[in-house]
Write a protein that binds this ligand. Structure first.
Ligand SMILES: [Zn+2]
Length: 375
């Protein structure tokens, strides 16, 4: 087995399921095992490395190889995975068959992390790289991007970033952002035999939902972005009422609005507020639960050229692409840091019951990351 396959095997064996808003508990939850392993592994190779607390029991790992120039180029990847319920392969006993490694996180995104770690260890052995490199292994990508947010809060300026996610070794320079909102209508409960004594929160929410459907329709008319298409809006959940014989005093929906480059979370929020103007009443509530900025890096930016050169050198396809999903790149974009998303594996296998990654891609990613680090 290659060095990176070995390392990836070790990483997949360490459960790191994102607890998604709860305290890490249960045998598979939390990134602590990964944090300890990644930190010790990097330290063992003589690389300057520290842990950074994000929340109780959850820490990022930040490694640094000094180069001739500051500020650093950041190589970022996440240590958490989605859950393992219903998986059809053993989640934490990685197995390789016909060139594919199976297991939770094998694709999303321990493969990117393993490849970055091996590449960094190689670069650390030679002459100083042209620019200081920070390898940042973060917690909590799959839920709130809490790890990367914490890192960026504390870090000094960042020159540019490479975000490791499964792009099939393609150069992703643009992807969607997301705005999630929670909308609550409040009425007055009453016995349903006398509905005039109450105010029905569901009726008002029904009007709100229809107005949001119209807003979703209108988004179809907007000009598409050449790499990621049109913005979208979807009402995802609705909850309301206590019993059939009580006029409901509460109704709540969750709305997922995907943003294309050029849009901002605040702008999209204002559109939703406008759609609900005249429907929501005092006591009702519209609040955001997530704001992820869309990503669009100028294709002439230095980091795009660096990544494309590395991809050409390993014989890959270097034409910049877009992607529909969100990554930790949203947080770099929000702060104006140019970034490229690049890594082994296909997003089609991420989060699936039989998650796998093509081992040859992970090996090629090591060479690509090393070339990027050597600039
Ligand atoms: Zn991921």
């Amino acid at each position: 087995m290659s060095e990176v396959t070995d390392l990836l095997t070790d990483l997949v064996r360490l459960p790191s399921v994102n607890p998604c808003g709860c305290e890490p508990e249960g045998p598979y939850q939390g990134e602590e095992r990964m944090t300890r392993f990644v930190h010790e592994w990097l330290q063992g190779r003589g690389i300057d490395c520290r842990r950074q607390s994000v929340s109780p029991g959850r820490e990022n790992v930040i490694a640094r190889v000094p180069g001739r120039e500051e500020p650093p180029i950041v190589f970022e990847s996440h240590m958490d995975t989605v859950g393992v319920d219903g998986m059809t392969v053993a989640p934490f006993e990685p197995r390789i068959e016909e060139g594919r490694m199976f297991g939770r996180g094998s694709c999303d995104t321990k493969s990117s992390l393993a490849a970055m770690m091996i590449a960094l260890a190689r670069v650390a052995q030679g002459d100083p790289p042209p620019r200081t490199i920070e390898l940042v292994a973060v917690v909590d990508e799959e839920y709130l991007h809490g790890g990367v947010a914490r890192y960026l809060e504390d870090s000094g300026p960042v020159h540019c970033a490479v975000v490791g996610e499964p792009t099939r070794l393609r150069v992703v320079v643009a992807h969607n952002g997301a705005l999630r909102t929670r909308i609550t209508t409040r009425g007055v409960s009453a016995h349903s035999s006398n509905p005039d004594n109450g105010v029905n929160a569901i009726y008002r929410m029904a009007r709100a939902v229809l107005s949001l459907e119209q807003l979703a329709e209108s988004l179809r008319e907007r000009a598409p972005h050449p790499l990621v298409g049109r913005p979208t809006l979807s009402v995802g959940t609705i909850v309301g009422g206590m019993a059939v014989n009580i006029v409901p005093e509460l109704c709540q929906i969750m709305v997922d609005r995907r943003l294309i480059p050029g849009e901002t979370p605040d702008g999209a929020f204002d559109e939703i507020a406008e759609a609900l103007d005249g429907i929501l009443e005092p006591g009702d509530d519209l609040a955001h639960t997530l704001k992820d900025w869309p990503v669009e890096t100028d294709r002439n930016a230095g980091i795009v050229e660096t990544v494309r050169e590395a991809v050409r050198a390993i014989g890959g396809e270097d034409e910049p692409e877009g992607a529909p999903y969100c990554t930790d790149g949203c947080d770099f974009a929000e702060r104006g840091v140019p970034l490229v998303v690049f890594g082994p594996g296909d997003i089609a296998q991420a989060h699936t019951a039989g998650e796998w990654v093509e081992v040859a891609q992970v090996e090629a990613a090591v060479d690509a990351y090393e070339l990027m680090m050597r600039g």
